[in-house]
Design a protein around this ligand. Sequence first.
Ligand SMILES: *Cc1c(COP(=O)(O)O)cnc(C)c1O
Length: 426
Amino acid sequence: MNNNFKRETLCVQAGWQPKNGEPRVLPIYQSTTFKYETSEEMAKLFDLEKDGYFYTRLQNPTNDAVAAKIAALEGGNSAILTSSGQAANFFAVFNICEAGDHIVSATSIYGGTYNLLSVTLKKLGIDCTFIDQDASEEEIERAFRPNTKLLFGETLSNPGVMVLDIEKFARIAHRQGVPLIVDNTFATPINCRPFEWGADIVTHSTTKYMDGHATCVGGCVVDSGHFDWEAHADKYPGLCQPDASYHGLTYTKTFGDKAYITKITSQLMRDLGAIQSPENAFLLNLGLETLHLRMPRHCQNALAVAKWLEACDRVAWVNYPDLEGNKYHDLAKKYLPNGSCGVLSFGLKGGREVAIRFMDHLKLAAIVTHVADARTCVLHPASHTHRQLSDEQLREAGIAPDLIRFSTGIENVEDIIADIDQALKA
Ligand SMILES: *Cc1c(COP(=O)(O)O)cnc(C)c1O
């Protein structure tokens, strides 16, 4: 497969490459195990001396084909599917951190990731300092410590749709000798490829646009293969020193620029087991086949909705980076020239109470704990996804109490706007 094909071609063709007489369409390898002729062959797989499948908790051919498609789309060299976006971000971080380590993250990130980094990782002995992604390089660098292992941010923050200055973040990370991990869920590789701007590792909640039809929870970690772990060997002993659980094998020495993903597969998946089911991977692959058709429509519809809301006198404010005059418009033009995503946020005059009444009157747009799929949906983060956060934490995460998160689907935009209009009047 030629990974230099354009993104549209990769969406359809990358990943599964059938050999002579094999199924044209990616098969679902619905099997926990794989058979071998000799005990010797199986032993080599367990020692990571040979590449091959033996147990689906670690690797499955259906999953691997879909991961390869996502790696091709992102321009990465290897990838692994996980059971959810949460698992993807957890593995991406935990693969290079352990108790006593520290990470730096943008504050404006998905609520679940914020909890993971601020509460759950702390219980494992990993501290996180949150920084304002729009702060100066000097200010952000002040958050770094000798034990800092990575910098984290989202291309487009959920739900604030703030645009990350990826080049700035990459400069900071690399000056500090750590990789930049970017959650690229909302942009998808159709609209932005963070590796082209210096990011080292990309994560996804494939639950969103990649699946696109709200059928499967899933995630993915993609490695660019660019970060030189060996140049910072003392910082990353898990990759650069012998692994006692594999007879003293050293990932960077044995697997070179595939060390990072191989370690997730053979260590984290083996021990923590957050795999994606092959059947879900199959459905994810169907979603990916049309990602390049759906993303432009999501963006086109969202921009039309945002412009309509901006002109509506019941609306207090609208936040969508593709709008002229938006705080992030210049960054959006640079990193997301073909459009950002289908998600926008806005507030209504009258605040929180009016927001809740408005949402209850929507007919086409459903209230669901989800974003970024074919169907238009809405959510009130302060009452739903982010309800664990205090008002102060909400403000820090860039979420106003009256913020309505509107995920524009791929229906006819006139119907979407008519629904908003009737709910506002009601
Ligand atoms: C939804 C989401 C996640 C979490 O993904 P799940 O698949 O729900 O576990 C992580 N990051 C971002 C940006 C998200 O939108």
